[in-house]
Design a protein around this ligand. Structure first.
Ligand SMILES: C[S@@+](CC[C@H](N)C(=O)[O-])C[C@H]1O[C@@H](n2cnc3c(N)ncnc32)[C@H](O)[C@@H]1O
Length: 244
């Protein structure tokens, strides 16, 4: 199933188990904390790991995601009552309602077609107050991350909270221009295998700058990693901090 890792309850549990808090979350939380007590939008909030942490830090947080199973998992977590959860996409956003917006864990790469990306940026521009900030990351295509998405290098064992162990791996099934189509495999202890397919777009730094500029959002900084390294010196990321 397409995006099953966010839409299938069993795979959402695996996603949560294999995506604990990390240096990316530290980096985004520090960016958001730059505006104390902010109204924050987390677009593509998934199961709410960072969303809930931002609420705990005193921000007024709205988490938006089209995947109901992921939102259901987020809503079951402690502190979920302090977040406004919206099942939807950027088109569901209110006008001029947020001082800060984030898209984390490569949500930006899920907007594969140019039209989807530019309309999302224009919805974000509409939803952020003048002077408000937008932060997100996208993988730098020069890092060629997709070359590590193969059954050997990507093989991992994921322990679920109930003690079951899931074996997972990822493989690329198509490379077309800047778009990479992949399939995640998950084998459960009873032998059942579930699969999740996705296509991810790798935009260059120049494309990111041009598309943000065209939507009226100006880039403050682009870093190459979670410790604010220069592009090319960090974790193979383009960590973008922009301003309406
Ligand atoms: C890799 S997950 C990241 C989730 C969360 N931000 C995190 O840090 O764990 C990508 C998320 O983007 C969401 N997503 C996919 N298409 C989207 C869209 N058009 N608008 C908003 N979110 C979308 C998925 O449902 C999924 O929850």
């Amino acid at each position: 199933m397409h995006h099953a890792e966010f839409r299938d309850r069993r795979l959402v549990e695996v996603y949560d188990a294999e995506c604990p808090w990390g240096p990316d979350d530290d980096a985004f939380l520090a960016i958001v904390d730059g505006t104390p007590m902010a109204r924050v939008l987390d677009l593509g909030c998934g199961t709410g790991r960072l969303t809930l942490a931002m609420a705990r830090a005193g921000h007024r947080v709205t988490g938006v995601d089209p995947a109901r199973a992921s939102l259901d998992a987020a809503r079951r977590k402690p502190g979920a009552e302090h977040v406004t959860w919206i099942e939807g996409t950027a088109t569901s956003l209110p006008d001029a309602a947020f001082e800060v917006a984030v898209m984390t864990s490569h949500v930006a790469q899920f907007f594969v077609e140019d039209g989807e990306w530019t309309s999302t940026l224009s919805d974000l521009h509409r939803a952020i107050v003048p002077g408000g900030r937008l932060a997100f990351e996208t993988r730098d295509p020069r890092d060629r991350r997709w070359e590590r998405w193969n059954p050997v290098d990507s093989r991992r064992v994921v322990a679920l909270p109930d003690g079951r162990v899931v074996t997972a791996w990822t493989e690329v099934t198509d490379l077309a221009g800047q778009s990479v189509t992949l399939v995640h495999h998950y084998v459960f202890p009873d032998g059942e295998e579930l699969r999740s397919t996705a296509t991810m777009r790798f935009r260059t730094e120049a494309e990111v700058r041009a598309t943000l500029g065209a939507s009226g959002v100006s880039v403050d900084r682009i870093f190459g990693g979670w410790c604010r390294e220069a592009v090319g010196d960090g974790d193979g990321e383009l960590l973008v901090i922009a301003r309406r």
